[in-house]
Structures are given as C-alpha cells and as structure tokens.
Write a protein that binds this ligand. Structure first.
Ligand code: CTP
Length: 410
C-alpha cells in the first residue's frame, strides 16, 4: 500500500533460486509507490527471466550484456546515481564476498563501489553457507560500512532434500517494509513513544470473556510509522491476529489492568503516548477459577469499572504528549472534546465506526484531530498508515514546542 514514502529503488537479482521471487518484489515495490528498476546477474537469469523482471519493473533490465553496449560503459555509474537504495534480492554468499572485498567485477558490485547511497541485502542460501565463517565476516564487514540486511529467515529450503533451516530469502512484503524503513527520514529520532493497540479481554471464567471487535490495525500502523521515523517504540497490545512488528518492543497483554500496569511501568521515560486500544470499560466483578457450568436459563454477571488508563496518565502527564482516540456514533465532536478535557490530553482523534471505510478492522480510516485550542484537522479517508503519520507529525510538533519552552525556562 502506498503510504507516501517515496524513493528510487534498484533491485538486483543474484544467482539463486529465490530470484524467482524478484519479479514479485518489484511488483510490490511499485504498488507501494516506489520508482523501481531491475538488474539481473547472469546467473540470476537461470532462475528468472529478463521478460518477467522487465514486466514487473516496467522498464528494461540492466544486465551484464548491456553494461557496456547500452551506455558506453557507464551503466554502473548511471544506476549508482539514479538509485536512492539498492536492494540485492536474492544475495548469494559469492555476492556478499565480492562486495566485502570491494570487487567491482559484476554489475551489482560495480554499482556498490560506484557509491550507491544505501544498500539492503536480502540473502538466500543454504544455512551452512550462511553460517560459514567467511560469510559471517563478510556480513559483519558490510554492516560496519553501514549496509543493511533483511533475513535470511527460517523455513523450508528450496534445494531438494534440504528440509528446513535459516536460509530463506525474506518474503517480498517484508523486504518492502525494510525498504520503506531505510527511505523514511528519521524525524522522530531520540523520541520514546508508547502505543496501545487492540481490544482487551475481561474474563469471567478461564474460557469466557467480554471484548470488542478492535483489530489493532490502527495501533500497529502507529507503531510501524513511528519506528520508520526513528522513534523508540513500545507497543502494548491486546490480543490481535497481527504479527509483531520488527524493530518495536512488543508487550502482549489481555486485560485492561495489565495494559494499565505495563504502560505505567514505561511512562516515566516516555515522551509521548498514543492510546489506540479499545479498552473494555467494564470487567466482571469476579473471575471464576474454573469454567462455570451452565445452570438455569438466565445468568447475571456483575461488572465493575476498569481503570481509565488514559485519564490516569493525564493525571501524571508532566511534559509528555498524550493522544487519545474517541469512537463515537453520535455528537462526535462534543463528546470527543469533553474526553480531551477530562483526560487531560493534547489532542484526540475522533473516528466513526459507522462511517464507510473507517469501520473496525479495515485498512483505511478517517480521523478528525481535535486540539485543546479548539482547532480541528481532518485527515480525509486515507490508509491507517497515513493517519498514523499525520498523528506523529502533530506529536512531533508538540514535543518540539515543549522542548523549546523547556530550554527557555532553564
Ligand atoms: N481508554 C482508556 N482506558 C479505558 C477506556 C478508554 O485508556 N478504560 C482510552 C482509549 O484508548 C481511547 C480513549 O480512552 O484512547 C477514549 O475511549 P472511549 O472508550 O471512547 O472513552 P470513554 O472514556 O470510555 O467514554 P465513553 O465510554 O463514555 O464514550
């Protein structure tokens, strides 16, 4: 999904079986809004085809055969200057060795030595080859020069009879996430943020609970966007079906009280907290230790109020930026404003569960950010990731203002 991150990405396929997946990677990168070009080593073309790569990239493929013919010998220089990032996918043990030795004898390593600004390696090889001391030293050396890696991952290996191991190339979707990370300006660097996400579960016996249909997607998008912008992120998450985002401290909880405790423990050192979780307001007064058997035709469960996490953070806010969400079905702004006041927030993000495209579980949302001075900023209907970026833009502005005030008063 296009989240607004832009950049030119050169994708170089090395000579491994995983080169079959390189066209998919090109496709996904284009869908994500990046400009792409493809490069294929000679051996890569044993596993994928020039046509598949060209169609996926939407432009002619840079090959060893064209290195000199097409551009008078400067194709490696032209590519190194065109690209913001080179992704080598798949990267072979031999490719890593050539790059670590500074050889420029193939087109990919020539592009690297010609000074392409960033390099991301997506290795794919047999686990023994990955663990071989020379390979590991080459990886350490390339990392030392500021080059980045994604994978290899554990899973089924392509070569016949090899079973499973750590050697698979990361999936194209994962590689796209890493590309996005490397091409996002780090304007939240140095900030520590806490994001809550998902529903809570309030049990009345070991197997039954009260909850709500929150998918957690908004909170996870907030965590990923902040990570990409360089923040230190803690994601306190209720139960969801979403995979734990990489590069984020994930704390899994079930009940509102646990969520409260985990957030409070980290609150002292946080610069900002965004509460996107759909915290259950009530919990059963008692939780049975054993599964309760069915008795009679009616049952009454006594409920007690859960702590209002955000309100309790508001009481000890200090200089931290506090952001809440409000999901309303009627009198939205009025109710959201009163929550903003009552919970001592900097701003509140109002969304409507009933509005088309912003229901629970979707990939899109439409949010009105309501501020203390009465101003309102609308995002329009955009991806949750874009909503997240709009929220972080405001948080960043508020943190800066506060730091400037702090410096003046010091
Ligand atoms: N919230 C919280 N703790 C709770 C309930 C809500 O921290 N026990 C947070 C939510 O994460 C959200 C904001 O408060 O950011 C607004 O939640 P909402 O349920 O809409 O507000 P309530 O105060 O519960 O008001 P009401 O149920 O009356 O609408």
């Amino acid at each position: 999904m296009d989240d607004g991150t832009k950049g030119r990405v050169l994708v170089a396929a090395g000579g491994g079986v995983a080169a079959m997946k390189t066209p998919f990677l090109l496709r996904r990168l284009r869908e994500a809004g990046f400009e792409v070009r493809a490069l294929a080593s000679e051996r890569a073309l044993a596993f994928t085809t020039e046509t598949a790569l060209a169609v996926a990239a939407g432009s002619p493929v840079a090959t060893e055969a064209r290195w000199f013919a097409a551009s008078g010998g400067a194709l490696h220089l032209e590519l190194a200057r065109w690209a913001d990032l080179l992704v080598v996918a798949p990267a072979t043990a031999a490719g890593l060795a050539r790059a670590a030795a500074g050889l420029a004898e193939d087109l990919t390593t020539a592009v690297i030595t010609a000074g392409v600004p960033r390099v991301l390696w997506a290795p794919a090889m047999n686990p023994e080859m990955w663990n071989y001391p020379a390979t590991q030293e080459n990886v350490a050396r390339l990392r030392g020069w500021g080059q980045a890696f994604v994978g290899p991952e554990y899973g089924a290996l392509a070569a016949v009879g090899e079973g499973e191991g750590r050697g698979r190339m990361s999936e194209p979707e994962t590689i796209v996430e890493h590309v996005r990370y490397h091409l996002t300006p780090k304007d939240l660097e140095g900030l520590r943020v806490i994001v809550s996400a998902g529903p809570t579960r309030e049990y009345f016996d070991p197997v039954r609970f009260i909850s709500n249909p929150s998918s957690g997607k908004m909170g996870y998008a907030l965590a990923e966007a902040a990570r990409d912008r360089g923040a230190h992120v803690t994601l306190v998450s209720g139960p969801t079906n979403l995979p734990a985002p990489w590069g984020v401290e994930v704390v899994r909880v079930e009940r509102a009280e646990e969520m409260h405790r985990e957030i409070l423990e980290r609150f002292e050192s946080a610069d900002a907290v965004v509460m996107a979780a759909a915290v259950a307001d009530w919990r059963p007064a008692q939780t049975a230790a054993e599964k309760t058997a069915k008795q009679g035709s009616e049952k009454t469960v006594a409920l007690v109020a859960n702590p209002d996490i955000l309100a309790s953070l508001g009481e000890r806010k200090g200089r931290r930026v506090l952001v809440g969400f409000a999901m309303e079905t009627t009198s939205g702004r009025e109710r959201a404003r009163s929550k903003l006041e009552r919970k001592n927030l900097d701003f509140i993000c109002l969304n409507y569960p009933t509005q088309e495209g912003s229901a629970f579980g979707g990939d899109y949302n439409e949010v009105e950010m309501i501020f203390r001075d009465g101003s309102v900023v609308k995002t329009g209907r955009v991806s949750k990731r874009e909503v997240a970026n709009a929220i972080w833009d405001r948080v960043r502005g508020l943190v800066r203002e506060r730091n400037e005030e702090g410096a003046q008063n010091a």
